[in-house]
Design a protein around this ligand. Structure first.
Ligand code: ATP
Ligand code: MG
Ligand code: MG
Ligand code: MG
Length: 479
């Protein structure tokens, strides 16, 4: 007999017939006449109830059917008389495929803290919360490809091992094949990377943008979606050392078209999750609501998670320039009452407290901030006519802060080379990047969206470590 997944059984597929299901036991309860076993196989948040009558299954047979055990069950799929599920399986055979010692298995019935579950990241997939989070993540990843392919973008695989530091932030992991206990040295005593397998110093990519830009100069519209690495030693709830970034790059786009695309894209993947993973998101919303009940009145959320998401997909994002954003902050009561930790003046990089004020207190919706001072943004962003600002945009989301960083790119060779020199980049080394300006350069734009930050937004998870299956953070790479 072929196995049917729980998700399909719960829709009544095969009602009145014998079915085979396999999965892990969540709970077992009952009395001397009947035992109810809740089985989950990861296909849905819901469990399938298996009913084992005492006349067919002795206690001896059922003793290894404990929480966490893997079992295979055959039986008839029937309409359930009990509350909570429409269908259940009347068991004819139960086989324990893998036992789970109740004394040792950590995921017993009681609720566990997210901190504890992070320590057993390999088992946390078996909880309702993480089952829901990673099914939502999966749906959103699928929606990323769907969105761009429907628009005719080409999925371009940019390299993981690179020589360029697109962000110039110096947050790169080195990649080397040299024996670092005994490395070859130059005459000056530096490690001689010329003898490395790659023949030079290389890093794990911090962004696929530059490679994406050169590909867009042939395909018009491309996107990358892959792992990105930043050796930032920051222990925040928004940063990982390894995260996934979506980076579209479009020829013949200006900043406004770039912002329009980003807004449409964000709404699309959120809407997709709401449509395809409704039950998972409802479960996560319920989880947040429970958490909220424990908080004092004034700290509680004004809206449920679902209301928040629907508000975002159904309304236009606010758009302001950096200069307007600074004015809003300077004129706020928050500023006048000296409630910001960091001072505000034109030219500062917005701190997360400033971003959160704009999004959560002032506009109460996602905000696209454009035209930042050139000195706080990367060299490749297009210089505006005022000579002081660049055609940059950041998208800020409630509860999260920055989810997107993007810009129109500098296509003018002379200005680009001058900006490179100013930040200490040798234009010779970037010959391949500059070639696309030299030969048929054109206005173009793109952005980078941190995938985990959007998954955080949709799932309502407070810590970014809880939306990536195997988080990589400082001091954390157990497996
Ligand atoms: P932040 O200000 O939050 O550190 P950033 O400005 O350094 O972000 P960008 O270089 O603009 O980041 O990268 C584009 C996007 O990638 C960001 O908007 C964010 O969504 C995401 N991102 C950046 N760094 C991280 C990280 N360490 N972990 C997870 N996502 C990240
Ligand atoms: Mg950063
Ligand atoms: Mg930033
Ligand atoms: Mg940024």
């Amino acid at each position: 007999m072929q196995r049917t997944k729980v998700k399909d059984l719960l829709t009544g597929a095969g009602e009145g017939q014998d079915v085979l299901l396999k999965g892990w036991v969540r709970t077992k309860r009952g009395n001397k006449y009947v035992t109810f076993i809740a089985v989950n196989d990861g296909s849905t948040i819901n469990n399938l109830q298996v009913v084992a009558n005492a006349d067919a299954f002795s206690e001896e047979v059922l003793k290894d059917v404990t929480t966490g055990a893997a079992i295979a069950v055959t039986g008839e799929l029937v309409a359930s008389q009990g509350k909570g599920q429409a269908f259940e399986v009347q068991a004819k055979s139960i086989e324990v495929l893998g036992k789970a010692d109740p004394e040792a298995y950590p995921l017993q019935k009681k609720a566990h803290s997210l901190e504890f579950l992070r320590e057993i990241a390999h088992l946390r997939f078996r909880t309702n919360t993480f089952g829901a989070v990673f099914r939502v993540r999966n749906a959103m990843a699928f929606a990323v490809h769907k969105f761009f392919n429907e628009k005719g973008f080409v999925y371009m695989h940019t390299p993981i091992i690179t020589a360029s530091d697109a962000e110039g932030a110096g947050e790169m992991f080195k990649v080397t094949t040299l024996d670092l206990d005994n490395p070859p040295r130059t005459e000056e005593g530096h490690i001689n990377f010329n003898e490395d397998f790659f023949g030079r110093a290389t890093n794990l990519t911090v962004s696929g943008q530059m490679e994406g830009e050169v590909a867009a100069m042939a395909f018009s519209d491309i996107y990358t979606f892959g792992p990105t690495f930043r050796a930032e030693n920051s222990n925040t709830t928004r940063h990982l050392a390894e995260f996934w970034m979506i980076e579209p790059e479009m020829a013949f786009y200006d900043l406004k078209m770039n912002a329009d695309l980003a807004e449409e894209f964000i709404k699309y993947i959120i809407r997709h999750a709401l449509e395809h993973n409704r039950e998972d998101i409802e479960f996560l919303a319920q989880r947040l609501a429970e958490e909220d009940k424990a908080k004092p009145q004034n700290e509680r959320q004004e809206m449920t998670l679902i209301e928040k998401l629907e508000l975002v997909v159904n309304n236009e994002f606010e758009r302001v320039t950096y200069t307007e954003a600074i004015d809003i902050l300077l004129n706020s009561n928050h500023y006048k009452k000296k409630k910001f930790q960091y001072d505000v003046s034109w030219g500062i990089d917005l701190q997360s407290e400033h971003e959160r004020y704009l999004v959560e207190k002032h506009f109460k919706k996602p905000v696209i901030v454009t035209d930042y001072p050139k000195d706080i943004k990367a060299f490749y962003m297009r210089l505006n006519d005022d000579g002081k600002t660049v055609a940059a945009m950041d998208i800020l989301a409630p509860g999260i802060g920055e989810i997107v960083g993007g810009s129109q790119r500098e296509e003018r060779m002379d200005i680009l080379v001058e900006r490179m020199k100013m930040v200490g980049i040798d234009p010779e080394e970037m010959w391949w990047f500059l070639d696309t300006r030299r030969f048929g350069g054109c206005p173009h734009a793109g952005f980078g969206l941190g995938f985990e930050r959007v998954v955080q937004f949709v799932t309502g998870m407070g810590n970014i470590r809880d939306v990536i299956p195997f988080p990589r953070t400082p001091q954390n790479a157990e497996f």
